[in-house]
Design a protein. Structure first.
Length: 157
């Protein structure tokens, strides 16, 4: 197998157009869905004994999103994993830690990629335990802070 654009330009292994991708760096296995190249599979449900399950039950606002992600989300690689996922999906924006223990993110992307990144944020990397994601449309000032890539900002105080 060779690095492919669908697999993050060499951070993992896969075939171009491949349905399955495995990242050696993040140990993520996921499956292609439509035009979004790869979305990690859902974690097992609590009913099956595999942890907390999340369902996307809210309608996302149009345009850029502001997320506050609560739970065990600091010190577990959440920001770096989110940067990787956002870049893979083609999202632009930023992520940072907050003094209250949450992780904050503001981003924009095409609708399918926005939905995929929002769904990813509800579970995060394997070692994270997301308990709640507060979601709203990004403010004008937050939209203005979105650059051309997805980056990590210094922690908010």
């Amino acid at each position: 197998m060779t690095p492919s654009p669908a697999s993050g330009g060499g951070l993992g292994w896969g075939r171009e157009g491949s349905d399955v991708y495995r990242s050696a760096f993040l140990n993520i296995q996921c499956t292609s869905i439509g035009t979004v190249p790869c979305v990690p599979p859902p974690r097992p449900s609590a009913a099956s004994g595999g942890g907390k399950a999340f369902e996307v039950t809210q309608t996302l606002p149009d345009g850029p999103l502001h997320l506050l992600i609560h739970g065990r989300v600091q010190g577990v690689g959440f920001r770096e994993s989110m940067i990787y996922e956002a870049m893979r999906l083609g999202a632009r924006g930023w992520v940072r830690n907050r003094a209250d223990g949450a992780v904050e993110a503001v981003f924009d992307a095409p609708p399918a990629a926005r939905a995929a990144l929002f769904a990813w944020a509800q579970r995060g990397p394997d070692v994270a335990r997301v308990t709640r994601v507060d979601t709203r449309a990004a403010s004008a000032a937050e939209i203005a802070s979105i650059g051309t890539e997805f980056t990590r900002l210094p922690s908010a105080r």
